[in-house]
Write a protein that binds this ligand. Structure first.
Ligand code: GLN
Length: 212
């Protein structure tokens, strides 16, 4: 059977003709929503809470939720070191919202002592939209994904304030503020495609996993 490059039934399949095994970090946050999207794309999804579970996957999603809580749990579960090492070794990772914060090398407005796994050469401002607009939805043109635009849901979302030389901006708000970035196998969005029926960012992530 022939299969187009973006045939969504096959996006989650590896070169070996079997589903690729990817994880969702399952310490806190919207784990199930990510697992559902990845499963719908044909991936074999593992909920990752322990280092041995991390060692068995070829890519990882860091979900939305509360970055300071995920940081603390990751440190007390002995996951922070293995996560940093896996990212440094080139594992493809996709972070949404809190997950983007956890992937960032630098964070402003974190809680006292908040740490990240890092890997993405960006500075991210946590809760950047403040209390006046905690949550909003908008359509974003994302050239890398083609048409239609992405319907993006922002929930107490961060913003990317600065990007290093190797970082590609994938999407920005109308005023130019950056809300989606990619650096090699690392992908981050300030919004939540997993809650709006949008699958194309997860397809990009799975393509990076297959290519890694
Ligand atoms: N404000 C949250 C944080 O600091 C992120 C919110 C989200 O993931 N929707 O982690």
């Amino acid at each position: 059977m022939r299969c187009r490059k973006w045939d969504t039934a096959r996006v989650g399949w590896g070169r070996e003709g079997v589903p690729v095994k990817v994880g969702v970090l399952a310490l806190q946050g919207d784990v199930r929503e990510h697992a559902r999207v990845l499963t719908s794309l044909g991936a074999d999804v593992v909920l990752v809470r322990r280092p041995d579970e991390l060692a068995g996957v070829r890519g990882l999603v860091l979900p939305g939720g509360e970055s300071s809580v995920i940081d603390k749990l990751a440190r007390s579960f002995g996951m922070a070191g293995p996560l940093r090492a896996a990212i440094a070794a080139g594992m493809p990772v996709y972070g949404t919202c809190a997950g983007l914060i956890l992937l960032a090398d630098r964070v402003t407005d974190g809680i006292v002592g908040q740490q990240t796994f890092g890997g993405l050469d960006v500075t991210v401002q946590r809760n950047a939209f403040g209390s006046q607009v905690d949550s909003f939805e908008t359509d974003l043109v994302v050239t890398a994904l083609g048409t239609p635009p992405v319907h993006a849901v922002f929930i107490r979302a961060p913003l990317v304030l600065e990007t290093g030389a190797g970082v590609e901006t994938l999407a920005a708000l109308d005023d130019g503020r950056i809300v989606a970035v990619r650096q090699g196998p690392l992908l981050g969005t300030a919004f939540h495609p997993e809650v709006s029926g949008e699958t194309r960012f997860h397809e990009l992530f799975l393509a990076a996993v297959r290519a890694a």
